[in-house]
Design a protein around this ligand. Structure first.
Ligand code: PLP
Length: 378
């Protein structure tokens, strides 16, 4: 079976550096908040091009921390895409605010800015909820349309929180993902573009005050230290071991982005006449967290045919959030979310990672062409 995401090849490539980094942490014995954590946070902030990066336990905590720091809660509407991983809406609901679901642009898989504005207007005129924030998601590695979103947010006085869990490494007009909005979050879950060997996450911002509040929230609402508690917080930290591992992975990350881009270009050249390939608008780059295509007709038949050829494929996301048991009572924008529902029925992701060699990719491409052709004949 071909690997869907090959973490082993990366590990083999940087094994000596990883071994040395892990050994250093074990020798120092600072398992929590060791020097590697501060070093990694600085490297992360520098890489993204923001003033402050605060690491935390995972990308879900990062969203919660960013929402808590803004004082968002009961009665507040937070506009989110439905076509995303649950955490985006989950943390809004968990802190007592109301997620309001917005449709996507099926070409980019990201939030539809026209529907976003229509949804904000509808919620504002209904008057039950106060429009407070937008959480655009950089789905599958492509940054959302921040130029438009930030203009809409400014017009309506809304806070923008970038969910960059998948977008880390992507760009818009030279600006890196996780630098958009007032605060951005990311995840270092192993399969994300920059992944560690466990859970990890971060919040990023240019605002020193918000950064300080978020750091306090990560450590039991600490004041001078964790035994001085000035607010209700959490226990959410990046392990020193994970920080040490991430420093080594960040060192090769740009080279990996180049390889992912080359793989995406090979897919595009070979498959764009056979399936709907993902669109990267002018001025954007994707970190290709996933390579997701739209197939007409019977997706499960295409996936079964790929499986027979030893090619794994995965559906992100078969059931959008507004149709999930836990979220179906929350509001959706005017006219419902037809593009989200269409995409959920037709999307599938192909193997994508920086170590996808041309021979393996040629096999995948043949299998996709074959699966689509077979399907069309019957
Ligand atoms: C993975 C992911 C998260 C959550 O990250 P974890 O580290 O798994 O908690 C949030 N949002 C999106 C869009 C994700 O893909």
């Amino acid at each position: 079976m071909v690997a869907f995401i090959d973490l082993k090849a990366q590990q083999e490539r940087i094994k000596p550096q990883l071994d040395a980094a892990i050994a250093r942490v074990l020798a120092n014995g600072n398992y929590i908040s060791g020097p590697e954590v501060a070093e990694f946070e600085q490297q992360l902030a520098d890489y993204v091009g923001v003033a402050h990066a605060v690491s935390c336990g995972n990308g879900t905590d990062a969203l919660q921390i960013a929402l808590l720091a803004e004082g968002i809660g009961a009665g507040d509407a937070v506009f989110v895409p439905s076509f995303t991983f649950a955490a985006t809406a989950e943390m809004v609901a968990l802190i007592g605010a109301t997620p309001v679901f917005v449709d996507i642009d099926p070409n980019t898989f990201n939030i539809d800015v026209e529907h976003l504005e229509a949804t904000i207007d509808a919620i504002a005129s209904a008057g039950d909820l106060k429009p407070r924030a937008i959480i655009p998601v950089d789905l599958f590695g492509l940054p959302a349309d921040y130029a438009s979103i930030e203009a809409i947010a400014a017009k309506h006085g809304l806070y923008v929180l970038e969910d960059g869990a998948q977008g880390f490494g992507g760009t818009q007009n030279g600006r890196r993902a996780c630098s958009f909005g007032t605060v951005a979050t990311t995840s270092f879950f192993p399969a994300k573009p920059l992944g560690c060997y466990g859970d990890g996450g971060a919040v990023l911002t240019n605002d020193p005050e918000r950064a300080a509040v978020m750091r306090s929230l990560c450590i039991h609402g600490k004041g001078t230290d964790k035994y001085d508690n000035v607010r209700i917080g959490m226990n959410s930290r990046l392990d020193t071991l994970q920080a040490a591992i991430l420093k080594e992975k960040l060192a090769v990350f740009d080279e990996e982005l180049v390889s992912r881009q080359a793989a995406a270009e090979r897919y595009e050249a070979a498959l764009s006449n056979h399936v709907r390939t993902p669109r990267v608008p002018a001025g954007f780059t994707s970190s290709w967290a996933q390579y997701s295509i739209i197939v007409d007709g019977d997706r499960s038949a295409v996936m079964a045919s790929l499986k027979e050829s030893g090619i794994p494929s995965v559906v992100y996301y078969a059931k959008p959030l507004h149709l999930q048991t836990a979220y179906k009572h929350y509001p959706v924008g005017p006219g419902g979310l037809p593009k989200t529902e269409f995409t959920a029925e037709h999307v599938m992701s192909l193997p994508m990672h920086p170590y996808l060699d041309e021979a393996t990719q040629a096999k995948i491409i043949d299998a996709v062409k074959n699966a689509v052709a077979v399907k069309e004949k019957v």
